[in-house]
Ligand binder design. Structure first.
Ligand SMILES: Nc1ncnc2c1ncn2[C@@H]1O[C@H](COP(=O)(O)OP(=O)(O)OP(=O)(O)O)[C@@H](O)[C@H]1O
Length: 378
């Protein structure tokens, strides 16, 4: 665990970047620091690995006061990922990833095998190992940055806007892969971002900073969305927070309807006699949904891929209720398609039933107490 105890940072010009901060980042969890520009997030992060020295207060890493540790020893146990990756430009990808293990005295072959393993884990082709950073895309550079930070298997990772220098689609991919990696590695992570959606997606808990280095609210994502502590947090979290909070509520328990299904190659007349109305769901031989077909618009002798409407999204039966609502709203038939863990059709769901379920149990959204709630100093 990383624990800030009454930490203040006042720079020599008098700027108070962080003011009397108490914060705990639990072991094995990701704590996201989010807030507007200049509110002290990066300063907070850089005090953990002593790139910046606190003016008062102390920062504990487990039972150790970081001020009493040798900075070099401290940093060995802390991976650090920064925006634009900050790679060594004159070293190859593999040279970047193996830099810390080599410094720690690993043999060349040990470091190399660890490096190649990590490149694969962060989704980089082995052929990239010999390239130089300038020969990589922004997203690839960020992956190398993450691999480099993980190289010596540090228990703690500090990440400063690690995914912000890439376009939104690459960013979403990097975030998804990082979540998978973290589920396996369970590092203690402190991540700085100005993007509330990134904090909500990645964070086990989120500290919303306000200007002047105060915490306006510290809470789990669902609580932040469901119960913002004050107007500042509510504004920062955004307008559609009620809808986004549904991403943290399980769909399990929603009533699922049986639905007639047919396979591609079915004659229109056979499909029509099986259907509930003029829409029929097409599934493959393993019962995986392929799309809906409008029986009022027949074309050719049999139903095939050219007659299917692929517009609807799929919801997972053990996923979030937001997915179920989205599946129902995006389905051309008005019936949302729900699949089981293997992707097989499990049943359909109506938007009205999702809303009824929410109306029956509204208290679940944002349940749980905020960890810390403090008033924002104006
Ligand atoms: N070396 C420094 N000397 C003086 N003031 C500084 C120094 N470094 C940061 N600051 C100031 O401290 C405050 C907090 O800066 P910090 O970089 O921690 O904010 P941030 O929340 O990470 O911002 P951003 O999201 O824009 O990166 C800002 O007002 C900044 O100008």
């Amino acid at each position: 665990m990383i624990r800030f105890e009454a930490v203040t940072k006042k720079f020599p010009d008098g700027t108070v970047a962080v003011d009397d901060l108490d914060l705990e980042a639990p072991t094995g969890k990701l704590t996201a620091l989010v807030g507007p520009s200049g509110c002290g997030k990066t300063t907070t992060l850089r005090m953990i690995n002593r790139l910046i020295t606190p003016t008062t207060g102390r920062i504990m890493l487990g039972d150790d006061d970081t001020a009493e540790l040798d900075p070099a020893v401290l940093r060995r146990g802390i991976g650090y990922v920064i925006q634009h990756a900050g790679l060594f430009p004159h070293r190859t990808v593999l040279g970047n990833v193996t830099a810390v293990p080599r410094l720690l005295g690993w043999s060349k072959s040990e470091a190399r095998s660890r490096g190649m393993d990590l490149l694969e884990r962060v989704g980089l082709d082995a052929a990239m190992a010999g390239r130089y950073p300038a020969q990589l895309s922004g997203g690839q550079q960020q992956r190398v940055g993450v691999a480099r930070a993980l190289a010596a298997d540090p228990p703690v990772m500090l990440m400063d806007e690690p995914f912000s220098a890439v376009d939104p689609i690459v960013r979403a991919q990097l975030q998804d892969e990082f979540l998978r990696l973290q589920a396996e590695l369970e590092k203690t992570i402190v991540l700085v971002t100005h993007d509330i959606d990134e904090a909500i997606k990645l964070g086990d808990q989120i500290a919303v900073f306000a200007r002047g280095g105060h915490i306006a609210q510290m809470a789990e994502p669902a609580t932040l969305l469901g119960r913002p502590a004050n107007d500042f947090v509510a504004d920062f979290v955004g307008r559609d927070r009620g809808y986004r909070a549904l991403g943290f509520r399980q769909a399990a328990g929603l009533p699922l309807h049986t639905e007639p299904t047919v396979r591609p190659g079915t004659a229109w007349s056979d499909a029509a006699s099986a259907s509930l109305d003029h829409w029929i769901l097409i599934v493959d031989d393993d019962d995986r949904p392929l799309g809906w077909t409008d029986l009022d618009r027949p074309s050719g002798d049999v139903i095939d891929s050219t007659t299917m409407n692929l517009g609807g999204t799929l919801a997972s039966s053990n996923g979030a209720i937001r997915e179920a609502l989205d599946a129902a709203l995006s389905s051309p038939s008005g019936r949302g398609v729900v699949v089981d863990g293997s992707g097989r059709f499990a049943g359909s769901v109506l938007a009205s039933e999702v809303v009824a379920e929410l109306a029956n149990k509204p208290e679940v959204v944002g349940a749980g107490e905020a960890v810390i709630e403090q008033d924002v100093v104006p």
